[in-house]
Design a protein around this ligand. Structure first.
Ligand code: GDP
Ligand code: PGA
Ligand code: MN
Ligand code: MN
Length: 571
């Protein structure tokens, strides 16, 4: 507990007076506390313990069908001046928004426990940010244990420092004697509101990770991007991955792909058989804070402490590292349940004859609907990952040799190409587009998603793009920029590139390019790999199919450039 006169204590007292919880619990971040939270969630029916012989210390949660993904249309940036939020964010005037939320929060935690979660993102780095989240969800408290560095020692370190005030309520107060439903949330009112001017976040009505774990998207991307703009760094929606050659040379690459477009998989990719001696290591899978180092080099830290990953599509074949990672001490959400008390999802392998689907209903393979929700997720500590990089939590971060930007595009865009220089790379990032995924509700079939930050940039996107252009001046070490696309399809609608572990070949080519050790041939869009350099004798894709994968159709490119012009004109 903090000193009663501290600003943290005052904040908690103020929120408690408004929300009127039955109890207040200051989280210490201990293992015992995590176990107690899980035990409580089991008794309330939120968590189903999985078979310990199959998956030790693991649980399954099932949400309501209206609370399965991020809600972009209910996400707001609240600034005095609407222009600060820019053309891509939903804007609300802060005073009016706070009044609206305070009305909803009045008594919202009745009958529930208010958990206080002191946490820090990018702990120990020169750009660390503190937050205190109050929440009436034990599921959120347990998830924050996994995803952030939090607890009593963080609270002690925060003393006298600024922190982001994070208020979260599922918006499901309990009447006297009423017991909680298994997934408390509010069916009518949902808000994820950000107040950059006063360093506050208010989230109401949803328990879903991206809406409710406020250290992640809300703080480490939306508010941190505002802070980064002011202070000369970058808060990005990026994975960070290391590649070490058989000779022991190591390089790190950071990559921005929109949600559900391959970050987590690429961050822990296992090299194919023929790349013996090459090792991939994982620094981060979703968020990177980038800054210039003392030599004018680009450096990156992962501000998080866990992974909140997409389950469907993960298998021993596509991602053995992730399969091992979620083998124990894991919270699953909206996966299917097997008869022997384990989880299952589409893409894991042959389905069992009978399952309980993500909504708790009996399911058979002929059901005509998926057993797991397409955005079913796992939540695990980073330390569960066997490829975790030795420097994953180094306060000085890791040096970045190249940047990647990628979308999910079935047409037009080749597997990889290199931009001519920083400014051209920024242009390719600013005009990134991608097809809809299950990670957020109500996406258009295809949309422009600048820097994969469309849902996460906390300020005017035009200022953000200018900030990226100007950031180059801080760097004296060259960082090449690449566009990648794992998702191009052939005329039969099949992925042309096998993807997953084969993506290591792209990583190797990118790193070799950054070192100036391999030639690029010039293509319509930029520098392209030669077939022999990419496959390196492995035969993973033959020359004819590789040509199809890498081809650029001039008419398609012309139409794309027209689309880019329209997009940028609207910024
Ligand atoms: P993230 O949300 O950006 O972290 O993306 P994930 O790594 O979780 O992947 C999202 C979805 O895309 C999952 O269903 C994956 O199985 C799938 N995926 C990831 N990488 C590849 C790839 O290289 N090829 C194909 N075809 N699918 C992929
Ligand atoms: P993702 O993270 O990028 O791994 O999908 C969650 C999200 O962006 O909503
Ligand atoms: Mn993400
Ligand atoms: Mn991910």
């Amino acid at each position: 507990m903090p000193a009663p006169n501290s600003s943290v204590a005052a904040f908690v007292a103020e929120i408690a007076a408004l929300c009127k919880p039955a109890a207040i619990h200051w989280c210490d971040g201990s293992e015992a506390e995590y176990s107690a939270l899980c035990a409580r969630l089991v008794s309330e029916g939120t968590l189903i313990p999985l078979n310990p012989a199959k998956r030790p210390n693991s649980y399954l949660a099932r949400s309501t069908p209206d609370d399965v993904a991020r809600l972009e249309h209910r996400t707001f940036i609240c600034t005095t001046d609407a222009a600060e939020a820019g053309p891509t964010n939903n804007w609300r005037e802060p005073v009016a928004m706070r009044a609206e939320l305070n009305t909803l929060l009045d008594g919202a935690m009745a009958g529930r426990t208010l958990y206080v979660l002191p946490f820090v993102m990018a702990s120990g780095t020169p750009i660390e940010m503190f937050g205190v989240q109050v929440t009436d969800s034990a599921y959120v408290a347990a998830s924050m244990h996994i995803m952030t560095r939090m607890g009593a020692d963080v609270l002690a370190r925060m003393e006298g420092k600024p922190f982001v005030r994070c208020v979260h309520s599922v918006g499901a107060p309990l009447a006297q004697g009423e017991t909680s439903s298994s997934w408390p949330s509010n069916p009518t009112h949902k808000y994820i509101a950000h107040f950059p001017e006063t360093a506050e976040i208010m989230s109401f009505g949803s328990g879903y990770g991206g809406n409710a774990l406020l250290g992640k998207k809300c703080l480490a991307l939306r508010l941190a991007s505002v802070e980064a703009h002011k202070s000369g760094w970058l808060a990005e929606h990026m994975l960070i991955v290391g590649l070490e050659s058989p000779e022991g040379e190591k390089a790190y690459v950071a990559g921005a792909f929109p949600s559900a477009c391959g970050k987590t998989n690429f961050a822990m990719v296992e090299p194919p058989e023929d790349m013996k001696g090459w090792t991939v290591s994982t620094v981060g899978d979703d968020i990177a804070w980038l800054f210039a180092g003392p030599r004018g080099e680009l450096r990156a830290v992962n501000p998080e402490a866990g992974f909140f990953g997409v389950a469907p599509g993960t298998s021993a074949k596509t991602n053995p590292v992730a399969m091992d990672m979620v083998g124990h001490d894991c919270i699953f959400t909206n996966c299917a349940l097997t008869e022997d008390g384990d989880v299952w999802w589409e893409g894991m392998g042959t389905p069992p004859d009978r399952l309980i689907d993500w909504q708790g209903r009996p399911w058979t393979p002929d059901a005509g609907r998926p057993a797991a929700h397409p955005n079913a997720r796992f939540t695990v500590r980073a330390t569960n990952c066997r490829t975790l990089d030795a420097n994953w939590n180094a306060p000085e971060g890791v040096e970045i040799s190249a940047l990647l930007f990628g979308g999910r595009l079935s047409k037009t865009f080749p597997l990889v190409f290199e931009a001519q220089d920083w400014a051209e790379g920024v242009l390719w990032a600013a005009t990134l587009s991608s097809e809809a995924t299950a990670a957020a509700e109500g996406q258009a079939d295809i949309r422009r998603d600048p820097f994969a930050m469309l849902p996460f940039c906390g300020y005017n996107i035009a200022d953000y793009m200018a900030h990226w252009l100007a950031f180059k001046d801080k760097l004296t070490v060259d960082v090449p920029i690449f566009r990648v696309n794992w998702f191009r399809k052939d005329e039969n609608g099949r992925f042309i590139w096998p993807g997953f572990r084969e993506n290591t070949r792209v990583l190797r080519w990118v790193v070799e390019r950054a070192r100036g050790r391999v030639e690029a041939r010039s293509g319509l869009l930029g520098g392209l790999p030669r077939h022999e350099d990419l496959v390196n004798g492995s035969g993973s894709i033959d020359a004819a199919r590789f040509d199809i994968l890498m081809a650029s159709d001039p008419d398609e490119i012309r139409a794309e450039l027209e689309g880019q012009k329209r997009h940028l004109a609207g910024m």
